[in-house]
Design a protein around this ligand. Structure first.
Ligand code: NAD
Length: 373
């Protein structure tokens, strides 16, 4: 059983899908590890570090040769997989809804593509969940980015020259990223409020010492929602939410938006007219910018200024913390593959629940029901 770790090909991707720690652990299971030269550079891991952990390093062709499992952060370009065995698994974040052509190409090449972001949200799969591990870091970094771009301070300060008032931060979408954003903004001394469509988040917001701001006129999603995920809200709800945001946002200095709906474009939560009511110098970080954006005018990977407000269209936020993001992502991959490791077969054998959820392609075809829909 040979596992290949590729150097990421996407522009700006600095993470890597295995670390010396997980290399050692895979070898402990009996696997042979091949790491493409330079794969760890962006995460401050040298080829020598991988070699010391027991991996062989080489060019892409040598790395792919005879590999049974190909690991990645993002899915590798199918064109770059020449020489890989047709039946080899590709295990990575494959952006199944956004990168359909690539998934079709994996099928055509005979690969079994396993999308880590389709991991079911069940207790035993928590340690395999790349969305949680990366969102947590993204939520943290979004607040730091906002603080760095904000021309004022976060905490209240009483100085001989007068008082500096605390920043008011509003977090929209209280999933994994939002919870970490609340905690980080609080640690920096901001006054924090937060909102979500799922009623279960109200208590979570309060437990972190922030103020819940909820639509009261129209019912949101009871409890956690299905698998912790939100769905698209009714027009009536959206209208009530827009009114709520209008009444709240003008008083906010920092807004972090994190709202996502699986398989759909991110919901639009802030309009240009609402931005115009904010104080000049305020900062908005749109963590959903890559999925269509929660904020009107946000551009993924860019900072734009509208009505004096800086709108940061976050792109691959977790990747800006490449070392930690790689360590956590790599552990997610190891936790997944090792949980299914069949000692006799010397390879992972997936069960139905998880296999069927994450398998996108098999036997030359796209097989996942969420893609066949
Ligand atoms: P997500 O990234 O899909 O969405 C982020 C947040 O945006 C969610 O809280 C969602 O409710 C919210 N949102 C969506 N539409 C909105 C709108 N119109 N207005 C305001 N908010 C909106 O979610 P996530 O961070 O991946 O996680 C959500 C939940 O799932 C959390 O409660 C988390 O604890 C749970 N979870 C469970 C497991 C597990 O059990 N294995 C794993 C991961 C997450």
């Amino acid at each position: 059983m040979k596992i290949a770790v590729l150097k990421e090909g996407a522009a700006g991707e600095s993470r890597v899908s295995a670390t010396p720690e997980t290399v050692k652990k895979f070898i402990g299971l009996g696997a042979e590890l091949a790491v493409e030269k330079g794969a760890g550079e962006g995460a401050s891991i040298s080829d020598a570090d991988y070699e010391a952990a027991g991996a062989r390093t080489g060019d892409r062709a040598a790395t792919l040769k005879e590999a049974d499992i190909i690991l990645g952060i993002q899915g590798p370009d199918p064109e770059s997989l020449g020489g890989a065995k047709p039946g080899a698994w590709i295990v990575a974040g494959l952006n199944p809804f956004g990168d359909r052509a690539r998934i079709d190409a994996y099928a055509a090449r005979g690969h079994e593509a396993l999308a880590m972001e389709f991991m079911p949200r069940i207790t035993r799969a928590q340690s395999m969940d790349i969305l949680s591990s990366q969102s947590n870091l993204a939520g943290y970094k979004a607040v730091l980015l906002a603080a760095a771009e904000y021309g004022r301070a976060f905490p209240m300060m009483m100085t001989a020259a007068g008082t500096v008032s605390a920043a008011r931060a509003f977090i929209m979408g209280v999933g994994v990223a939002g919870l970490q954003a609340i905690a980080t903004a609080r640690r920096l001394g901001a006054q924090v409020s937060a909102t979500d469509v799922r009623s279960a988040t109200r208590e979570q917001i309060m437990s972190l010492g922030a103020k819940p701001i909820f639509v009261e006129k129209v019912a949101g999603i009871e409890g956690e929602g299905s698998g912790g995920y939100a769905t698209e809200m009714s027009e009536e709800y959206q209208k009530a939410q827009a009114e709520l945001v209008s009444s709240h946002i003008a008083k906010q200095d920092i807004v972090i938006t994190t709202a996502l709906i699986p398989g759909r474009a991110a919901p639009r939560l802030i309009s240009d007219a609402q931005i115009a009511t904010m104080r000049a110098g305020s900062v908005i970080v749109d963590l959903a910018a890559e999925s269509g954006g929660n904020v009107e005018g946000a551009v993924s990977g860019e900072t734009v200024i509208k009505h004096g407000v800086k709108i940061i269209g976050a792109k691959n936020m977790a990747g800006t913390l490449a070392a930690d993001a790689s360590a956590l992502f790599s552990r997610n991959l190891f936790n997944f593959l090792s949980a299914f490791w069949d000692k006799e077969a010397g390879k992972p054998v997936l069960d139905e629940e998880i296999g069927n959820a994450i398998r996108l392609t098999q036997g030359g075809k796209v097989v996942n029901p969420r893609l066949l829909g």
